[in-house]
Design a protein around this ligand. Structure first.
Ligand SMILES: Cc1cc2nc3c(=O)[nH]c(=O)nc-3n(C[C@H](O)[C@H](O)[C@H](O)COP(=O)(O)OP(=O)(O)OC[C@H]3O[C@@H](n4cnc5c(N)ncnc54)[C@H](O)[C@@H]3O)c2cc1C
Length: 389
């Protein structure tokens, strides 16, 4: 197995790194969960606009829709470097889910209308799938979109809407035909979040970030904001989760944390000797290195499958299960090395590594977004191993 990149790909990686070095302060640290910090948010928006200015948001999209028509592997490299630099990129739903759904199911006119503004970072999208009674069982969603003959009227509630109050538009899944079997009566819309009848209430997660409850009270959605065909929403949701190809990067996040921790272990002592000389600590650090390499191999395997159009193993759920379950395990091992002070947040002078272990831990257990590991295990069992439900 050859895990190296070609010289052209390495040049592309260098180009991204040069951009990141120029645009991010040397000691840059961004906590993506604090989107209520206005200064941090403004910086993130500005930075993402610069990424857009390079044309990198639509890197792989066709040129006529605002893209650069580059290969999927370039996108993978871009994301590795963005994550390695802990870069403050926002509007993932626009770049990802919404763009993928449009590319897969949108009409030519819709692609021309919606994709270039995403590529230019002029429209910010949020995701409106989950409801209070429809999370893992998403097909049970009840938010309704009724056709009046002129436009759609949306009523209902979504929850966990990440970055909802910052967004312009919502990638909305709504029930358009209650008489159809539950997977068939769903359609996808682009809903204007500034329209009359839309409101939010906050929902704070364990890591300090804000999601939202989003309410729709007779919200009018124009006919041309239906994406694709009526009743095909489920296919677009499923298709768009996989369509863009793997993004890579978890291994880079782990690599960064391991490097920072190893440096810290070299500078502090315990029981009269540097921590780095403690056999227990060295074993744990080695464990973290093994986890990092597992992530890298799985990530590269996912990329290779995508590039060679091979169906991913275990129904495509293996990487998600490993990454979602490894994140808390990784943070737990860091806590074991650092000790009780790993629970001290950044505001305290006693916090090691300016409180990052505590932050990593809280983000590590915040792993339900995009589907829970338990449900992904079920996908592995049924679609991957062919076991009965
Ligand atoms: C930080 C964060 C950000 C999010 N952002 C968004 C967003 O922007 N937009 C959006 O639409 N949604 C978002 N979500 C919602 C996310 O997709 C859902 O939380 C997730 O799909 C799980 O749904 P639920 O919360 O309703 O949990 P439930 O489905 O109620 O599950 C509760 C528990 O039961 C388990 N469980 C459920 N069914 C089964 C089963 N059949 N077998 C075994 N175990 C099962 C689950 O694994 C889980 O542990 C976000 C969630 C989080 C935590």
């Amino acid at each position: 197995m050859d895990l190296t990149f070609s010289s052209e790909q390495e040049e592309w990686r260098d180009e991204v790194r040069t951009f990141l070095t120029a645009e991010l302060p040397a000691d840059f640290d961004w906590n993506s969960e604090y989107d209520e910090d206005e200064e941090g948010w403004a910086f993130a928006l500005d930075f993402t606009r610069k990424v857009a200015g390079r044309g990198w948001i639509g890197l792989t999209w066709p040129m006529e829709y605002g893209g650069l028509a580059r290969p999927a592997i370039d996108r993978f490299i871009l994301w590795e470097e963005l994550i390695r630099a802990n870069a403050p990129v926002v509007n993932h739903i626009g770049w990802g889910l919404a763009a993928n759904a449009l590319l897969a199911g949108g009409t030519h006119e819709q692609k021309l209308r919606f994709l270039p503004p995403i590529a230019r970072m002029e429209t910010f999208w949020a995701e409106g799938l989950t409801e209070p009674d429809a999370g893992s069982d998403l097909a049970s969603l009840r938010t309704s979109a009724d056709w009046t003959g002129e436009h759609w009227i949306v009523n209902g509630q979504k929850t966990f809407t990440t970055w909802g109050t910052h967004a312009d538009v919502l990638y909305l899944a709504a029930r358009t035909d209650p008489a159809q079997p539950k997977h068939r009566g769903i359609s996808i819309f682009c809903l204007d979040l500034r329209a009359p009848g839309v409101s939010f209430s906050p929902l704070h997660n364990i890591a300090g970030g804000r999601q939202n409850h989003t309410y729709f009270d007779d919200v009018i959605v124009p006919a041309d904001c239906l994406i694709g065909e009526v009743g095909h929403g489920w296919d677009y949701i499923m298709g768009s989760f996989y369509a863009g190809g793997p993004m890579g990067g978890m291994e880079c996040e782990q690599e960064n944390r391991l490097a920072e921790l190893t440096r810290w272990c070299s500078t502090v002592g315990r029981y009269g000797r540097p921590l780095i000389e403690d056999p227990y600590v060295r074993e744990r650090l080695a464990e973290l290195a093994v986890m990092t390499e597992i992530s890298r191999v799985l990530s590269y395997e996912g990329l290779s499958n995508f590039l060679h159009r091979r169906p991913p193993r275990f129904g495509g759920a293996l990487n998600t299960v490993v990454s979602k379950e490894m994140r808390p395990q990784f943070s737990q091992t860091i806590s074991e090395i650092v000790g009780p002070l790993s629970q001290v947040r950044g505001e305290s002078p006693a916090a090691p590594m300016t409180g990052r272990p505590a932050e990593w831990f809280l983000r590590g257990i915040n792993n339900h977004a995009g589907g829970t590991p338990q449900v992904k295990r079920m996908v592995m069992a049924t679609r991957g191993l062919g076991l009965p439900r």
